[in-house]
Design a protein around this ligand. Structure first.
Ligand code: HEC
Length: 124
């Protein structure tokens, strides 16, 4: 009985810990967004700033936010902003979309990128 309880407690801890280790954290991503992206991007639908609104950006084709004046480079990129493309783009925007107007050096920390993408996925 004692052993069985210990086994179950350990199992629960492993599941909880393992889950946290691989699941990207949208709440942490929101903080990354505020410090890294919020100066240029709003998450309110239709609110364009220096960059386009990022509401609903995941799954959207590049250059589709109404009323935002994109660069020709962005519009012609042919990218669709799924998680894998965003991961490459946010690592080094200029490498994925040469001559983009997004003058952002890139987010080099893979965990922070995964978290910020998880946050963007909540913005539908
Ligand atoms: C210095 C301002 C600035 C910062 C900081 C910035 N961006 Fe941008 N972003 C832009 C601009 C401007 C564009 C439009 C690019 C173009 O037209 O070439 C853009 C475009 C984008 C696009 C493409 C949108 C579309 O509709 O095609 C995504 C996605 C994006 N940014 C995400 C982010 C994320 C996530 C961050 C933070 C990690 C970030 N950006 C930081 C200015 C910025």
């Amino acid at each position: 009985m004692q052993n069985r309880r210990l086994f179950l407690a350990t199992l629960a801890a492993v599941i909880a810990g393992g889950g946290a280790a691989w699941a990207a954290d949208a709440t942490a991503g929101q903080a990354v967004f505020k410090s890294q992206c919020g100066i240029c991007h709003s998450v309110e639908p239709g609110r364009n700033m220096i960059g386009p609104s990022l509401a609903g950006v995941v799954g959207r084709k590049a250059g589709q936010e109404p009323g935002f004046h994109y660069s020709a480079a962005n519009k012609a990129s042919g990218e669709t902003w799924d998680a894998a493309t965003l991961d490459r783009y946010l690592t080094n925007p200029q490498a994925v979309v040469p001559h983009t107007l997004m003058t952002y050096a890139g987010l080099k920390d893979a965990d922070k990128r995964a978290n910020v993408i998880a946050y963007l996925e909540t913005l539908h």
